[in-house]
Design a protein around this ligand. Structure first.
Ligand code: ISJ
Length: 422
């Protein structure tokens, strides 16, 4: 047993049904928000019953093992029995093994959840500590050091300026044409600053309202609205939504339709997409031999972009949990490239910054290992000093045009820039 497991208390957990709590984002405390939300359903967490930090190449498998142990010792009374009821942890994991950003699992003291018209409250505590009283959830986050709504924030280039990004993409294309790799996803960063006492609460509400089909998330001050499901495990089944290939929205109905048709028929985007789908299928096959993706990708319409998308589904043949599968899948070709090792090495050389949790798994896990994990995209990290760093990238292949890729990153920054800038 590791030191961490020896130290972990046995948790008592109780879930009861409650009346519909309304908009989950409106319940969140002004800081340390824990949120996982799509189309109004999801989980909001309050307070911290337990927080574990992980790092290095085994950060996800370490977390999966520690979680199994903790969940196995928890005393759970769950009257509702839906995905997300009972014991849950929120998690966010760094993209790179060498990242300085901590990867974390956080078990809240209180969870308010809603799914398919049913709502619940879960209370979680150490067996030797009194459980938080019902109704405490709104105050369970540390009270309001960050109560000022963060609005009007202006972003400026971070470690990689737009010009430097163009150059990095050109280098990427040169390497691909030289046969070093087939695809590399290159990102750039923007930085802004929260006002003193600034809270991202309003930005979370704006993201959830503006991007209802995306996973709006917040874990350990890493937040955003991701359209891409890395992996979902529910009752012996596994699913994922792979995105790769992007295009601008049109300015009217006709040009918007043209844009979607152009994306759906673009050989460059089809190739890029196929790399990403194949990498997901290959990673899942050992755990789900019959896993399949639809034959033809569909176009997914978001307010800021069109994406080529494929849904992947399978039945699990082993007892892998969602975090085990996130570990097996990460990093996919959608956010690293192909072949993976060459792409990760190229990213280290061409991006002069630590991605932190950007492009890493973010989501939640339940006691039985079921859970939902998105890829941390369209996102930003708030630092202790109030510095906000947003990230966006694009998949580079042999015939990528640097200016187009730069424009694509600008569109991918829109959710964050607009949510904090309004
Ligand atoms: C890398 C990002 O997005 C990824 C890259 C895409 C692309 O290159 O077309 C599309 C969706 C995501 O898989 C990002 O949003 O930062």
């Amino acid at each position: 047993m590791s030191e961490r497991e020896r130290e972990a208390p046995a948790l008592t957990v109780s879930t009861v049904g409650i009346d519909d709590p309304g908009d989950l984002t409106a319940l969140l405390p002004p800081e340390r928000q824990l949120l996982w939300l799509r189309r109004g359903d999801g989980l909001a967490g309050f307070g911290t019953a337990l927080r574990w930090d992980f790092s290095g190449p085994s950060r996800m498998t370490d977390a999966a093992a520690a979680w199994r142990d903790l969940a196995g010792r928890a005393l759970v009374a769950d009257e509702v029995g839906l995905p997300g009821t009972g014991l849950v942890a929120f998690g966010t994991f760094a993209f790179a093994a060498r990242s300085e950003a901590p990867s974390v699992l956080i078990v809240p003291e209180v969870v308010i959840g809603r799914r398919d018209g049913r709502a619940w409250m879960t209370r979680i505590g150490a067996t030797d500590a009194p459980p938080p009283a019902p109704g405490d959830h709104a105050a369970a986050g540390a009270p309001g050091r960050r109560a000022v709504p963060a609005t009007g924030i202006r972003f400026e280039p971070g470690a990689l300026s737009p010009d430097a990004y163009l150059e990095a993409v050109s280098h990427g294309v040169t390497r691909i044409r030289a046969g070093e790799l087939e695809k590399v996803v290159l990102a750039r960063d923007l930085i802004g600053r929260l006002p003193a006492g600034g809270s991202i609460g309003g930005a979370l509400e704006a993201l959830a309202a503006g991007y209802p089909d995306c996973w709006t998330f917040a874990v350990d001050d890493f937040f955003g609205s991701s359209p891409e499901t890395l992996v979902k495990v529910n009752d012996g089944t596994v699913s994922a939504r792979v995105l790769a290939g992007s295009g601008a929205r049109g300015t009217d109905a006709a040009s918007d339709l043209d844009a979607s048709v152009a994306l759906a028929t673009s050989a460059k985007d089809q190739d890029e997409h196929e790399y990403a789908v194949q990498s997901v299928l290959a990673a899942l096959r050992p755990h789900s031999p019959g896993v399949t993706a639809s034959d033809v990708p569909f176009t997914l319409r978001l307010p800021n972009l069109w994406h080529l998308a494929s849904d992947v589904e399978g039945v699990l043949s082993d007892d892998s949990g969602s975090l085990d599968l996130a570990a097996a899948l990460h990093p996919t070709a959608a956010v690293a490239g192909t072949p993976t090792a060459n792409a990760v090495a190229a990213i280290e050389q061409l991006e002069p910054f630590d991605r932190g949790r950007y492009a890493g798994p973010v989501g939640w896990i339940g006691a039985d290992g079921d859970g939902e994990w998105a890829i941390g995209l369209r996102c930003a990290q708030v630092g202790a000093d109030g510095l906000v760093r947003a990230f966006a990238g694009a998949g580079i292949v042999a015939d990528s045009v640097p200016e187009h890729e730069l424009a694509e990153t600008t569109m991918k920054f829109r959710p964050i820039v607009e949510a904090l800038g309004a």
